[in-house]
Design a protein. Structure first.
Lengths: 115, 114
């Protein structure tokens, strides 16, 4: 079974600084997707960024980028120019590229942003 | 925009009650999921469904059942609620497969069993 590990339960960053959240996963599959989701306090879970395993280029969405190391099974999220609104729980998730498979989530990292 | 709507934001139920959590999505997604979220444990999959009347057990199905009679609706049922089922419940939906396999989430139902 696939597993996703987030080794940092909590992180903090100063406003305007850069922070990296770690994620590793375990799978024997070669075709899959990886995601980072954000869950702000008392608000809905939303997608931050996604990565297709067959794409070597790291995904980027504005201030959010990933470092995808397929051989190492590592998928870290970098947040640049951190803002107060970035404070949230961040979940790393994996999904095999097969129609009827669910997302497998890590336990999450709580990010605090210090003004 | 994709919308996943859960019927209640907060629920308080008594031990032994039968509890229904409803979820509706409006994007014709094939897949629907129920997750449970607890501090320090992340999101754990209870059940998912990839088609009407189809269901698959997730990691923690004990004490729960599901129903999917229509494509847009996926219900989670607690047959006899217990205090250890106090939790946040998240419903999600996604397309069958391909590039856009992200899951879209509802706002969550915080269930308290007393």
């Amino acid at each position: 079974a696939q597993t996703v590990t987030q080794s940092q339960p909590e992180m903090s960053v100063q406003e305007a600084e850069t922070v990296t959240l770690s994620c590793t996963y375990d799978t024997s599959e070669s075709d899959y997707y990886l995601f980072w989701y954000k869950q702000p306090p008392s608000r809905q879970m939303i997608l931050v960024i996604r990565q297709e395993a067959y794409k070597q280029q790291n995904a980027t969405e504005n201030r959010f980028s990933v470092n995808f190391q397929k051989a190492a099974k590592s998928f870290s999220l970098k947040i640049s120019d951190s803002q107060l609104g970035d404070a949230a729980m961040y979940f790393c998730a994996y999904r095999q590229n097969s129609g009827n498979t669910p997302l497998v989530f890590g336990k999450g990292t709580r990010l605090s942003v210090i003004a | 925009d994709v919308k996943v709507t859960q019927s209640s934001r907060y629920l308080v139920k008594r031990t032994g009650e039968k509890v229904f959590l409803e979820c509706v999505q409006d994007m014709d997604h094939e897949n629907m999921f129920w997750y449970r979220q607890d501090p320090g444990l992340g999101l754990r999959l209870i059940y998912f469904s990839y088609d009407v009347k189809m269901k698959e057990k997730g990691d923690i199905p004990e004490g729960y059942s599901v129903s999917r009679e229509k494509k847009e609706r996926f219900s989670l049922i607690l047959e006899s609620a217990s205090t250890n089922q106090t939790s946040m419940y998240l419903c999600a939906s996604s397309l069958w497969g391909g590039l856009n396999t992200e899951a879209f989430f509802g706002q969550g139902t915080r269930l308290t069993v007393v």
